[in-house]
Design a protein around this ligand. Structure first.
Ligand code: PLI
Length: 462
C-alpha cells in the first residue's frame, strides 16, 4: 500500500478530562426558550460542545499550570510581570507593556488617551468592543477593509487587507488631523478569521509614515495570521511562525491584546507600545481602571501563565494543528454542501445564514435563529455574528445591516477532538435539511450596549 497523503495529529496528549453532561432534545428546547433564544444566556452545563468562542476557554499546558504555582502575588513589582513584559518584547517587539484584565481593558485605555471628540478611527472591519470604546471616547469608526471581505464567496487569500484608497478618501473627506490612529487587526474576526498579508501591512506602514498617523495593532490572533502568511505569501514559506509574528508586530507602533485567544490563557490582556510618552499616559490611566501598572487587573500567576503561553503560541506545530482543526471542520461542512465563509479562517467556521435560511429576512435575525436551532439539535453552542452583533448606528439609531449574516462555530484551542468535529458537522447538516422549520425572531429585550451578549428574543409566529 502506498500512502501518499499522510495524516497529521495534535502535538500533545490529554492528561486531564472534564466530563460533559448529555441532554435530551426536550431539555435543550426548554433551555433555549429559557435563555430567550440567545446562546450567551445558556448555562454552560447544558451545552455539549461549546463553540461559542475561542476566548479564555482554551486548555493550558502542564508548563502553564506549573507557572501558575510560581505566582508572585505581590501588589507591586511582581516577578511574573517582568517575565511577561520581557516575553512580550522578545516575541512581539513592543518595548513597553501595560497589563489589563482582558482586551477591552486595553481598548478603553488606548481610546481614552488617543481619541478626541469628533475624530475618525479607520479599521479593517469593526470589532464589537473595539468600536464601542472608540465611540464612547468620541470617535466614529470607518471601515477600510477591502470589498472582498464583505463577500462570503470571495476566495481572496488575504481578505483582512486594507484598501489604501479608502484611507485616502477618508483623509480627503475629514482631514488627516481628525485621524488619531489606524487600527489594524491581524486575522480579522468579523470577516471570518481572515488574514492580512505582510505586503499589505508594509504598504499601510508606509501610508502611516507618510501621513504621520500612528498604526495600532489588534494582535488578538496574530499567530493565526502568521500561519496564513507562511502558507500563502511568497517569500514566507521558509520563515517560522515566530519570525513572522515578530515581523508583523514590528511594523506597528502599539498593540491591544486579548491574551485569552492566541496566547492560550483563560484571562488577561495588555496594551503594548514603543513610544515612552504613550506608555506614561497608559500607566496614568491603568491605575484608575485596572490596577497598578505592574499587574493591571491580572494575578501574578496569570501573568506567568501568559508568559509561557506566548512562547507556546508561536510554535509551528501548535499553530498548524490549531488551524488544521478549523480546516478539518470547514472542509467536512463544505463536502456536505453547507455554505460557509471562504476561504476557511483561522479560529472559526462562519455559516452563511442568509444562504441557509433564504426565507427569513435580515430584520428577523436569521443568524440568531440558526444559532438557537443548532443548539436544540445536538447541544452545540455557536454565536450570532450578523445584524444583532453589528448593533445600531450611534447617530441615527438605525440597525446596521451588515452584508455578512453569519453564525460562528469557534474552536477553543487544544480542547476538542476530531470526533467532536464530526458530531458538529453532522448536526449542522441535519439543521440545514430541516431549515424550513426554523422561524425568525424578534427582540423581547434589547440592551443599550453590546446587545448581542444579553438580548432576549421571541419567535415570530408563522
Ligand atoms: O474579550 P476581550 O475583552 O479579552 O477582547 C476583546 C477583543 C478584541 N479584539 C478582537 C479581535 C476580539 O476578538 C476580542 C474578543 N473577542 C471575543 C470575546 C470573541 O468571542 O471573538
Amino acid at each position: 500500500m502506498n500512502i501518499s497523503n499522510r495524516s497529521w495529529a495534535e502535538p500533545y496528549k490529554i492528561k486531564m478530562v472534564e466530563p460533559l453532561k448529555m441532554t435530551t432534545r426536550a431539555e435543550r428546547q426548554a433551555a433555549i426558550a429559557e435563555a430567550g433564544y440567545n446562546t450567551f444566556l445558556l448555562k454552560s452545563e447544558d451545552v455539549y460542545i461549546d463553540l461559542l468562542t475561542d476566548s479564555g476557554c482554551g486548555a493550558m499546558s502542564d508548563r502553564q499550570w506549573a507557572g501558575m504555582m510560581a505566582g508572585d502575588e505581590a501588589y507591586a513589582g511582581s516577578a511574573n510581570y517582568y517575565h511577561m513584559r520581557d516575553t512580550v518584547e522578545e516575541y512581539y517587539s513592543y518595548k513597553h507593556t501595560v497589563p489589563t484584565h482582558q482586551g477591552r481593558g486595553a481598548e478603553n485605555i488606548l481610546s481614552q488617551i488617543l481619541i478626541s471628540q469628533g475624530d475618525y478611527v479607520p479599521g479593517n472591519m469593526y470589532f464589537t468592543t473595539t468600536r464601542l470604546h472608540q465611540e464612547l471616547a468620541g470617535a466614529t469608526f470607518v471601515d477600510i477593509i477591502i470589498d472582498e471581505a464583505h463577500d462570503p464567496a470571495s476566495m481572496h487569500p488575504f481578505k483582512g487587507n486594507v484598501d489604501l484608497a479608502k484611507l485616502d478618501a477618508l483623509v480627503a473627506d475629514v482631514g488627516v488631523e481628525k485621524i488619531p490612529y489606524v487600527c489594524v487587526a491581524t486575522c480579522v474576526n468579523m470577516a471570518g478569521g481572515q488574514p492580512i498579508s505582510m505586503a499589505n501591512l508594509r504598504a499601510l506602514r508606509s501610508w502611516c509614515d507618510k501621513h504621520k498617523v500612528r498604526l495600532v495593532h489588534d494582535m488578538t490572533r496574530v499567530a493565526e495570521n502568521a500561519y496564513f502568511i507562511q502558507s500563502r505569501e511568497e517569500g514566507y514559506g521558509d520563515k517560522s511562525i515566530r519570525e513572522i509574528v515578530y515581523e508583523l508586530c514590528s511594523l506597528t507602533d502599539a498593540a491591544t491584546m486579548s491574551s485569552k485567544k492566541d496566547a492560550l490563557v483563560n484571562i488577561g490582556g495588555f496594551l503594548a507600545m514603543n513610544d515612552a510618552e504613550l506608555y506614561e499616559k497608559a500607566c496614568n490611566l491603568v491605575v484608575v481602571y485596572e490596577g497598578l501598572h505592574t499587574y493591571g487587573g491580572m494575578a501574578g500567576r496569570d501573568m506567568e501563565a501568559l508568559a509561557v503561553g506566548i512562547t507556546e503560541s508561536v510554535k509551528d506545530d501548535h499553530i498548524r494543528a490549531r488551524v488544521g482543526q478549523v480546516e478539518y471542520l470547514g472542509e467536512k461542512l463544505k463536502a456536505m454542501g453547507v455554505p460557509i465563509v471562504n476561504p476557511i479562517g483561522g479560529h472559526a467556521i462562519f455559516l452563511d445564514a442568509r444562504a441557509i435560511l433564504p426565507n427569513i429576512p435580515q430584520d428577523h435575525f436569521p443568524a440568531q435563529a440558526l444559532s438557537a436551532a443548532l443548539y436544540v439539535d445536538a447541544g452545540v453552542r455557536s454565536m450570532e455574528r450578523g445584524v444583532i452583533s453589528a448593533g445600531r448606528n450611534k447617530d441615527t439609531g438605525e440597525n446596521f445591516m451588515p452584508k455578512l449574516e453569519l453564525v460562528r462555530l469557534t474552536l477553543p484551542r487544544r480542547v476538542y477532538t476530531q470526533a467532536h468535529m464530526d458530531v458538529v458537522a453532522e448536526s449542522v447538516c441535519q439543521v440545514m435539511i430541516r431549515a424550513d422549520e426554523i422561524s425568525g425572531l424578534k427582540f423581547a429585550y434589547e440592551p443599550e450596549y453590546l446587545r448581542f451578549f444579553r438580548a432576549r428574543f421571541a419567535p415570530i409566529e408563522r
